[in-house]
Write a new protein. Structure first.
Length: 465
């Protein structure tokens, strides 16, 4: 057990440092302490629910759902957020306007601090300003990358997509996993969540440094500003990317990182992170898997696709962005067998509130920007065209329809990087659930599959009966 003692000693040295930071900033609980206080109650609640209602039927499954991406089948547990088809996302019961109102903000700012959202998603509680500040400081203090991760990023060719570089670098952080070391040393399963927590915070702290290093290597001079422990997470990230001098951009980053974080558990990136984590892979390996899913064009990469599509439309329409021209362009996209990027959703059946939040930001900060006007005009035409086209169940815009335009306005024009920003944000949603999963002792995930032949036998026998 000496390896476990070494892991525990390292963890406790780190904890001493963070406790010192906390003692300096606040006398209130740290996030880890608060989660530890709340966990027994949650464990008891789940135990009671399972004992009382474990055999209650909570849904039915149609054959078409098995062939339809399992849409709507209930079978996942996700504590941080629930998505209503009409109302949109609720973070621990709160809408986007609610979190904009309730969560601590930067001085003079209007947008929530994503660090505070992480706290909310993990505990269900809104942290105080002092707790948020102490957590920001902890993240900044843990941000330094190991040398081999820096080298892996620096050796990646600029032609390798930023999302592939991102996932490789996150995978390479596995060397830092306290969970993997503790598991190898034989830690008791009751302690899993503590090491998962440490890995998750370590990972969250390092993501902006990884992302900024990729951005600066691929698109700029390869130099990355150092982390400043007095700044919040988003300000540090914006600074490292090279946009830290514009206070509006900092606010955009806070909004961006907050609204892209969590969208319940069934989306590809959240589900993948959770699934891989269920095999007790570390948070580094689990998130890397989720990022690979986010990189798909029907999921997170849609923000890049939207920009490429908008730019192609802009150049083809030569400035005449009348609704008639946009309508023709939309039909061309659909008739060529492609999807309209940024529109449609697997669960939502109205305009994504994340779209609306970004539209409000644009109306305030860039009402006359030409790309924003184009996005607004498309919003007036696309739902009608998609409805006439008759395929999609949801003709309304999603989050990716708007995000890129805001970044373009501030000169952040490299759209192939946009999904990396989404990935940094998604960690704020999926890592809390990994910690909760380990705290609740969730089992390895293993749903049942059948071959088409076996399904045929099944439905024939059901229909005969
Ligand atoms: N343009 C054209 N056709 C669309 C469409 C769109 N924006 N959205 C859905 N459809 C089509 C589907 O491709 C499907 O066609 P087939 O029957 O030929 O296979 C049909 O409409 C039914 O699809 P659906 O049930 O409405 O949508 P799904 O739940 O299967 O898929 C999504 C959801 C998001 C993948 C889909 O709407 C889409 O491809 N949108 C464009 C890409 C996009 O914006 N993705 C980002 C989503 C948000 C995110 O995860 O980041």
């Amino acid at each position: 057990m000496s390896a476990l003692r070494t892991v525990t000693r390292t963890a406790s040295r780190k904890s001493t440092l963070y406790n010192a930071i906390r003692a300096y900033s606040t006398k209130e609980s740290t996030l880890k302490e608060r989660f530890a206080e709340l966990l027994p109650e949650k464990q008891a609640q789940v135990k009671e629910l399972k004992a009382k209602y474990g055999k209650t039927v909570i849904g039915e499954v149609l054959l078409e759902q098995a062939y339809g991406g399992m849409r709507g089948i209930k079978g996942l547990v996700w504590e941080g957020s629930v998505l209503d088809p009409l109302e949109g996302i609720r973070f621990r019961g709160r809408t986007i306007p609610d979190i904009q109102k309730e969560l601590p903000k930067a001085e003079g700012g209007e947008q929530p601090l994503p660090e505070a959202l992480f706290w909310l998603l993990l505990t269900g509680e809104v942290p105080t300003a002092a707790q948020t500040k102490a957590f920001s400081e902890e993240l900044a203090a843990r941000s330094k990358l190991p040398k081999h991760v820096e080298e892996i990023i620096d050796r990646s060719p600029a032609t390798l997509h930023p999302m592939a570089q991102f996932s490789i670098a996150v995978t390479a952080l596995e060397s830092e996993s306290q969970f993997a070391k503790a598991y190898a040393a034989g830690v008791n399963k009751k302690e899993y969540w503590k090491y998962t927590y440490e890995d998750s915070i370590e990972l969250l702290a390092k993501l902006p440094v990884i992302a900024a290093r990729i951005y600066r290597n691929v698109f700029k001079d390869g130099k990355v500003a150092s982390v400043d422990t007095s700044l919040d997470y988003s300000a540090n990230f914006a600074n490292m990317l090279g946009y830290g001098s514009n206070p509006e951009f900092l606010e955009l980053m806070r909004l961006y990182l907050s609204i892209h974080s969590d969208h319940e558990g069934g989306n590809v990136s959240a589900h993948t992170t959770h699934l891989v984590g269920s095999a007790l892979s570390s948070p580094f390996l689990s998130l890397a898997a989720g990022l690979n899913g986010l990189a798909g064009p029907l999921h997170g990469r849609a923000n890049q696709e939207v920009l490429e599509w908008l730019k192609a439309m802009q150049s083809e329409l030569k400035g005449d962005i009348s609704k008639e021209n946009i309508e023709k362009y939309l039909w061309n996209t659909l008739n060529s067998g492609r999807v309209v990027p940024g529109y449609g959703h697997a669960v939502l059946r109205k305009t994504d509130p994340r779209y609306t939040a970004q539209r409000e930001f644009a109306l305030k900060h860039m009402p006359d920007y030409d790309l924003f006007k184009l996005v607004s005009n498309i919003y007036e035409v696309a739902p009608k065209v998609l409805t006439e086209h008759g395929k999609t169940k949801n003709p309304w815009p999603n989050v990716d329809s708007h995000s890129g335009v805001l970044l373009q306005y501030y000169g952040f024009t490299e759209e192939s990087f946009y999904t990396v920003l989404f990935g940094v944000s998604r960690a704020f949603g999926v890592l809390p659930q990994l910690i909760i999963d380990r705290g609740l002792g969730m089992p390895i995930e293993r749903p049942k599959s059948f071959s088409t032949e076996k399904y045929k036998q099944l439905v024939e026998s059901i229909n005969k009966a």
